[in-house]
Structures are given as C-alpha cells and as structure tokens.
Design a protein around this ligand. Sequence first.
Ligand code: NDP
Length: 302
Amino acid sequence: MNILITGATGFIGRHLVQRLQQDQHTITVLSRNSSKASELLNVPALEWDYATQDVPAEALHGCQIIINLMGENLGEGRWAKARKHEIYASRILSTRKLVAAAPDSLQAFVCGSAIGIYPGTGDDLYDESYAVPEQLSFMQTICHDWEQEAARIESKGVRRVSIRTGVVLGHGGMLKKLLPVFKLGLGGPVGNGQQWLPWIHLEDIVSVYCNAALDTRYRGPVNAVSPHPVRYREFATAFGNVLHRPAFFPTPAFILKLALGEAAALALNSYHIAPKRLLGEYGFQFKFDHLPAALADLFNHH
Ligand code: NDP
C-alpha cells in the first residue's frame, strides 16, 4: 500500500514506520524538517508547514492510506496561551488541510486521538459509546475537535479511524520523563495515587495503528489501552520494582500544579478506560496486557 504518515519522526511514528517498512509498504512522510526526517527514517520525506502551506501535491499522488500523528507535544511544560493554541492548531488545522486535499485514491484515514476525550475524573469505566457533553475541558476539546475534523473525510467515502490512545509505554514519552526520577529512588505516586492510568505498550499501539490502517472492519473511534489499567500508585510500585528502586516518594498534587499549571492534569486526571471495540469487535490480541510484563520487557535488559 502507498501510505502517507505525518508525525512520523515522533515516539510512536518512528516505530510505526519501521513496522510498515518490514511489511513492504511504500511510505512517504510529511515533516517540518524533511531532510532530518528522511535521514532518521530512511524513507522519502516532504517538507510541510501546516500553518502557512497546503499539503504538497506530490505527497498525495496515488496515496491509499493517510496516518496522521502530528501535533505539538502536550507534555513539554506549561500550557501557556501560545502553546495551547499550537497544541490545538497543529492537530485540528493540519487535519482539516489533509482532509480537504484527500485524493480519489484514498481508502483510509487513520488519525490520532487520546483518552483525554473522556472526563478524567473518578472510577467510572468508559468505552467508545460515551457521548461527549457540551461543556468540555481543554483536553476533551482537542480530542473531540480532532475527531470531528477527521470524520469529515467520511463524506468522501473514505474509511476513518480515530485512535483514542492511552499513555504509551516505551523508551520515550512519559517513561522517559519519569525514568531519571525513579532511578534515583525518588519516584512514587503523584497526588493521592488513586487515579487510573490507561497504559499501552509501544509494540501494541504500533499494531493497533497497522490494523486500523489495513483491516477494513476498523472504523470510527477506537480505544487503544491495555485491558488491565492500574491506579497510579500501583504503576509507581511496578516501575520501582522493575528498576530495583524504592518508589514511595509521593509528589503532592499542589506541587505538580505549581510546577506545571493546567498541564498537571496529564498526571492527576483519572482515566478508567476499556478497550471495548478492540477486544469485542476486532478480536485484537494484546502482546502485553499486564503492566509488570510490559515494564519487564522494556527495562529488564537495561
Ligand atoms: P511526538 O510528540 O513524539 O511526535 C509528534 C510529531 O509531530 C513530531 O515528531 C513532529 O514531527 C510533529 N510535530 C510536533 N510538534 C509539531 C508542531 N507544533 N507542528 C507540527 N508538527 C509538529 O508524538 P507521539 O509519537 O508520542 O504521539 C503521536 C500522536 O499520538 C500525537 O499527536 C499525540 O498527541 C498522540 N498521543 C500520544 C500518546 C503517547 O503516550 N505518546 C498518548 C495519547 C495520544 P516533525 O518534527 O517531523 O514535523
């Protein structure tokens, strides 16, 4: 298949490109820095500044699948006004332009989304049937609008999937930030530690994206989280265990809020999410469905 990927240089994208290359697909990527991207990924890359340009026409010629992962990272510090705008526009505006430029050859549009579409409070278990209310938090707004923009492609007869991704565990993302702290033995629960952490191993999220791109049964919003979520306190203990470090050093919620402002929600919100469609409709087989095995795979040899 001819596959166009945005955000391909990121934590998930890099591994996804590798997997799709192994499976003999023809990959093109769009990047803010095409020479860096093609050197990193060893695939053709085209330069695209979503804010000032339309999607380059060469990128779309004969394209059968678009996988759209690009977006300003949410976890890199405080959400000042300009960053909030960039977090939003780099997802919503870019998706709008990709959808508008979709060629006739396009069969599927697979787009990022996140568990941040759910309310982020309490213990209630949510699945894809959740009806998004009118009053939304910042994170819900991003995910909701991102999905709405992607869904517009359906009016062109193109299959659309939005991957509501949980916290991806691998050598990048959240764990990369936590690793130095936990290695020092200073890790532990944040807030009261009771919040639910909807995790997924990197290998599994890559498989979800591949399946969503190639299996025509996948359609609409899909929760990508392991079937066994844990509370943050349990995660901290398991991470400490695999690193052979104590992990009972708590970070109070107010410290995190002082340091990160609104972005503290990323660590303090509680997301109890079920991968209902992956398991029930698509029979997805998780390689890692329990946290200790996922962490052992990532850190036992390091
Ligand atoms: P990364 O932050 O690692 O990479 C995203 C890519 O998007 C970058 O490599 C970059 O590509 C491009 N990008 C970054 N900032 C901007 C910007 N301001 N404007 C345009 N392009 C930009 O993301 P991940 O791989 O971790 O995640 C992929 C998608 O999945 C993201 O949209 C993310 O929100 C979502 N997601 C990820 C989760 C996770 O745990 N990792 C959890 C939930 C959702 P380049 O430099 O080549 O242009």
